[in-house]
Write a protein that binds this ligand. Structure first.
Ligand code: AMP
Length: 280
């Protein structure tokens, strides 16, 4: 497995591989890899990638001033070992300095899908995400890039960016990998105490219950149902940031839960902000 820290060197290597006819997959991550990330590598392999490039970069531009950039967990050595074992062929560990040169002044801004949900609560977050992902696309020029459904709004925005800016690649979305308790795997789960982890089960439980209700009743009015979910989350000691039902493509709010609608939620569990979602 090749290791790169220099953007230009990664770019050169990927270009040479592309010239040789190798099919290149990119898996962008912030590291502290877990089974969710590894499932993206597996999805890349299943889709027939010859080269799987995993980027590990805690992107400062997507963190707000009061967010957890400094304390975000990092473990390069473990990430290397996990990538190697999972079958990645290259790993990219850039530094903030070599990704954002002095006086960096160009950013990518998606203007519609980013307005609500996490975008409304984390100003500038998706501008940071789109900018770094656009840079990674230009560096690796992959045939496809794999993202997780875990970050539903992010994946929707990236697909829009690829469409609207004519990036020459395909986006592959992999399902959410969960702990046996149902909790969606996340690098941030490491912040949770045992008690908090137990309380956080209410997230996935609420989503699974909604899926079962939609399956049984076909369509369910959202407002009253939303109140029910909020109550359940609060009863578990979680502080609700938002619970929304949106069209799975446009992220527009909907009035009824039915097939194809996504429920997206964000809560604070102690000091840790957790997100989760499910498509009905
Ligand atoms: P992160 O390192 O949290 O920025 O995530 C990098 C990529 O891994 C994103 O595309 C995420 O959606 C995806 N990912 C994170 N957690 C999971 C999970 N539990 N299941 C599937 N994909 C995930």
């Amino acid at each position: 497995m090749k290791t790169f820290t220099e953007p230009k060197k990664l770019q050169k290597w990927c270009a040479a591989k592309r010239m040789e006819g190798r099919k290149i997959a990119l898996v962008p991550t912030m590291g502290y890899l877990h089974e969710g990330h590894l499932s993206l590598i597996e999805a890349a392999r299943k889709k027939g990638a010859d080269e799987i490039v995993v980027s590990v970069f805690v992107n400062p531009v997507q963190f707000g001033p009061n967010e957890d950039y400094d304390k975000y967990p990092r473990d390069e050595k473990a990430d290397l070992a996990k990538c190697r074992k999972a079958g990645a062929t290259a790993i990219f560990f850039p530094t903030p300095q070599n990704m954002y040169l002095d006086a960096h002044s160009v950013y990518v801004n998606e203007e519609t899908l980013s307005a609500g949900l996490c975008g409304a609560r984390r100003p500038g977050h998706f501008r940071g995400v789109c900018t770094v992902v656009a840079k990674l696309f230009n560096l690796a020029h992959p045939h496809f890039a794999v993202f997780g459904q875990k970050d539903f709004q992010q994946e929707t925005i990236i697909r829009r960016m690829v469409r609207d800016l004519n990036f020459d690649l395909e986006i592959v979305v992999a399902p959410i990998v969960r702990e046996p308790s149902g909790l969606a795997r996340s690098s941030r789960n490491t912040y949770l105490s045992a008690d908090e982890k137990s309380r956080a089960r209410a997230l996935s439980q609420s989503l699974f219950a909604a899926q079962a209700d939609v399956k049984a009743k076909k369509t369910v009015p959202w407002k009253a149902y939303q109140a029910k979910i909020v109550k359940k989350l609060e009863a578990a000691g979680l502080k609700v940031d938002y619970v929304e039902a949106v069209d799975g493509e446009t992220l527009e709010p909907v009035k009824r839960l039915e097939k194809g609608v996504a429920i997206l939620l964000a809560v604070y569990c102690g000091k840790t902000r957790l997100i989760d979602n499910a498509v009905m």
